[in-house]
Write a protein that binds this ligand. Structure first.
Ligand code: C2E
Ligand code: MG
Ligand code: MG
Length: 693
């Protein structure tokens, strides 16, 4: 489209010359309009559509720069060139200062440069307009974003701040302009508060983009600090020369606070605020790494509160929680600040003693902890007594990494518990062997029931005077396909711990009853069969009903059955035991106390149970060697006691004639032992019963 030029000039000659020059321009003609006065020119401009203005500074209604100013005011975005007579160059040059694009000298209008320069100024104006739009857009963008932007010149002096930068630094753009960036943006290290060199300086030095370095804190003009994340980039000019830098930064205080909080939550126990497993693992790893350098032997104390479950169940979880918190507090009091107390879950805590010099130091710490925890706690009006069992593992002997040290300390803790609680125990490598065997037995036990690998052997009990059989004791045997016969001592306690003793005990009772019926059916007079009952079986709520069902199913008469219970089983819950025994007793089942004399039971309690038989433990019988009367003192005392309580007394483990003679002499009625017979299988027992009966 042709460009439209408005010539404001009263001189017809000039106008004609320009018309000619512009109308015949080789690269396309201009449309030329004329206004001979300023007033008519201004009116025409206001109508719009003018691409360029040629303005004579000498007009009938205006003279000099005043005319230009008026034209420029209404046509701010239209290029204006003045037409300047000889001697008017001063004004023309001033007009350029005020916004004119240049001037044309009168007398040279027929020059073919006229259309060219006019076209140039029009094009330049269009470019400037576009540039303006781009700049405006950049300006708005910079002021709308949340990130702060500061730019500096080659000397590190601020030449621009966006609104976010003004807000964050506390400096207004005009005040900041020309000041050094280090004055506007004071930066210190997030960790130590040491001054940090502004990345802009590095950019100005190296001409390369700088990312943020570590955690940086900036202080604003009023000293308020915030964490920032920043980066800086160089600015190059047309020629690729470095002329300044732009720095962009944002306030990350909230993000950092949130991240810190999340990190804390991920690494700490919610209830006690102590480090959790995750953090503990880190600390153990750190401790083992530095142990190699500093020649220390870090130790782990694995703690489990004794009877915590009982407190939790009886007093409620709120009190249980308070207790855990109080325990955490006491543990912290027992160790140094360089040590780590962590909660491992439930009522388990792990203490890492980071820089012990000798393993004995761990023992001292453990003793301190035992005392601290066994001191009663006063919580919510309750006085609570607890204690803890501690297992100790020491680096590097007991493990080279966190996992091994923890596992071994845990194993040692179980041994401490077995030893009777409120005790500590160092890890020993043979504990692992035992743990492995235990594991092996447990997994095999599960299969053994399905595969019918169990069988019962029977050992006769005899009347010591007549040496006739008074009954038999059923003793469990595990015939493992690879290991052969496994004695009950190696698996009963494991079966008890993993709960398998319940189905196992039922199998034993059923098998013993079935056997009694078989013997009777084979023509043998009914014989008393004693069955051993473990603590867990006896405590199980269905025990009695199950026994009833078995009597019914097998057709065995309850009066044939004798239950052997140890003192500790009876004493655990005296009232419940007495009730249950009474029910069995009412059906005619006999009750024997096994291993009598080893359980420290109170005789007055024992008196409350409907007991028929006391079985003197083998260890007392073994002590009888005929050399001194006092070696059999306990045996004779038990015999005397049984007689006065009207209970039968059976001596277990009679192995020789000396023991037999002693027992007979002191009036022991019955006995059992290798001297008469080892436990034998059902067939051999039947043969013995047949002969004896
Ligand atoms: P216990 O009830 O005290 O059984 C007596 C143990 O002494 C038996 O060992 C028996 O073989 C052994 N014995 C008998 N006479 C002599 C002797 O003259 N000298 C020596 N040195 N030992 C003798 P066994 O069969 O290995 O049983 C060990 C323990 O395992 C039993 O002690 C009992 O507590 C438990 N047990 C056995 N069978 C069962 C069962 O079916 N259920 C439960 N819960 N426990 C059982
Ligand atoms: Mg027994
Ligand atoms: Mg016994």
């Amino acid at each position: 489209m042709a460009n439209r030029v408005l010539v404001i000039s009263p001189d017809p000659d000039d106008v004609r010359t320009l018309r000619q020059a512009l109308g015949s321009a080789s690269d396309g003609p201009f449309i030329v309009e004329n206004a001979s006065t300023l007033a008519s020119g201004l009116r025409r401009i206001e109508q719009g559509g003018v691409d360029a203005i040629l303005l004579d500074l000498t007009l009938p209604d205006s003279r000099g720069l005043a005319g230009f100013d008026q034209v420029h005011a209404v046509a701010r975005h239209t290029p204006v060139m003045t037409l300047c007579a000889l001697g008017e160059e001063q004004d023309a040059s001033e007009a350029v200062q005020r916004g004119a694009q240049g001037w044309l000298s009168k007398g040279y209008f027929d020059n073919n440069l006229v259309p060219q320069s006019l076209r140039n100024v029009i094009e330049r104006m269009k470019v400037e307009q576009k540039l303006y739009a781009v700049q405006a857009r950049a300006q708005i963008t910079l002021n709308s974003i949340g990130d702060a932007v500061i730019s500096v010149d080659m000397h590190g002096r601020v030449d621009y701040l966006n609104i976010a930068a003004e807000l964050m630094t506390g400096w207004k753009r005009d005040e900041a302009k020309g000041r050094r960036i280090s004055e506007i943006l004071v930066m210190v290290d997030g960790d130590g508060g040491a001054p940090v060199v502004n990345p802009v300086e590095a950019v100005l030095r190296d001409g390369q983009v700088e990312g943020l370095a570590g955690e940086v804190v900036m202080a604003d003009r009023h000293g308020k600090c915030r964490r920032i994340e920043d980066s800086a980039a160089p600015i190059f000019d047309w020629d690729g020369l470095l002329v300044g830098a732009v720095m962009v930064f944002r306030d990350v205080s909230d993000t950092v606070a949130l991240t810190t909080k999340m990190k804390h939550l991920a690494q700490h126990d919610f209830l006690t605020g102590l480090p959790n497993r995750v953090l503990l693992n880190d600390r153990i790893t750190q401790a083992t790494v530095s142990a190699k350098r500093s020649n220390t032997c870090p130790a782990l104390l694995f703690l489990d509160l004794d009877k915590f479950k009982h407190i939790n169940d009886s007093l409620g979880h709120a009190i249980g929680d308070h207790l855990l918190q109080a325990v955490a507090g006491r543990l912290l009091d027992c160790v140094r600040s360089s040590d780590t107390v962590s909660r491992h879950g439930g009522d388990e805590f792990v203490v890492l003693l980071a820089d012990e010099r000798r393993p004995q130091d761990a023992a001292l710490a453990a003793e301190k902890i035992l005392i601290a925890i066994s001191t009663p706690f006063l919580l919510d009006g309750h006085q609570l007594h607890t204690s803890t069992s501690i297992g100790i593992s020491v680096f590097p002997l007991d493990g080279l990494d966190a996992a091994a040290l923890l596992k071994n300390a845990d194993t040692a803790m179980y041994h401490a518990k077995e030893r009777g609680r409120n005790a500590y125990q160092f890890f020993r490598h043979d504990m692992n062997a035992r743990a492995v065997e235990r594991q092996l037995i447990e997994s095999n036990l599960r299969l053994a029931l399905e595969r019918s690998e169990f069988t019962l052997h029977y050992q006769p009990k005899l009347d010591l005077e007549s040496e006739t059989i008074t009954g038999v004791e059923a003793l469990l045997r595990w015939n493992h396909p690879e290991w052969g016969l496994v004695p009950p001592e190696r698996f009963i306690h494991i079966a008890e711990e993993c709960g398998l003793v319940i189905p196992l005990g039922r199998w034993v009772l059923r098998e013993a009853c079935t056997q009694a019926v078989r013997w009777r059916d084979s023509g043998i007079a009914p014989v008393s069969i004693a069955v051993n009952v473990s603590a867990m079986e006896f405590r199980h709520r269905d025990y009695f009903d199950h026994a009833l069902a078995i009597f019914k199913a097998t057709g065995a008469d309850p009066v044939w059955l004798q239950l052997e219970l140890t003192e500790s089983v009876l004493m655990r819950d005296v009232a419940a035991s007495a009730g249950l025994l009474a029910k069995f007793k009412a059906m005619g089942v006999q009750i024997a106390v096994d291993d009598f004399g080893t359980g420290y039971s109170s005789l007055s309690y024992l008196n409350q149970f409907p007991i028929d038989v006391l079985k003197i433990d083998q260890s007392f019988v073994r002590a009888i060697d005929g050399s001194a009367e006092r070696n059999g003192a306990i045996v004779s005392a038990v015999i005397g006691m049984g007689r006065s309580l009207h209970q039968r007394v059976i001596a277990e483990g009679i192995e020789n004639a000396v023991q037999l003679a002693f027992l007979k002499l002191h009036g022991c009625g019955e006995g059992q032992g290798y001297f008469f017979s080892k436990p034998v299988d059902a067939d051999r027992m039947r043969a013995m019963l047949h002969a004896g009966g």
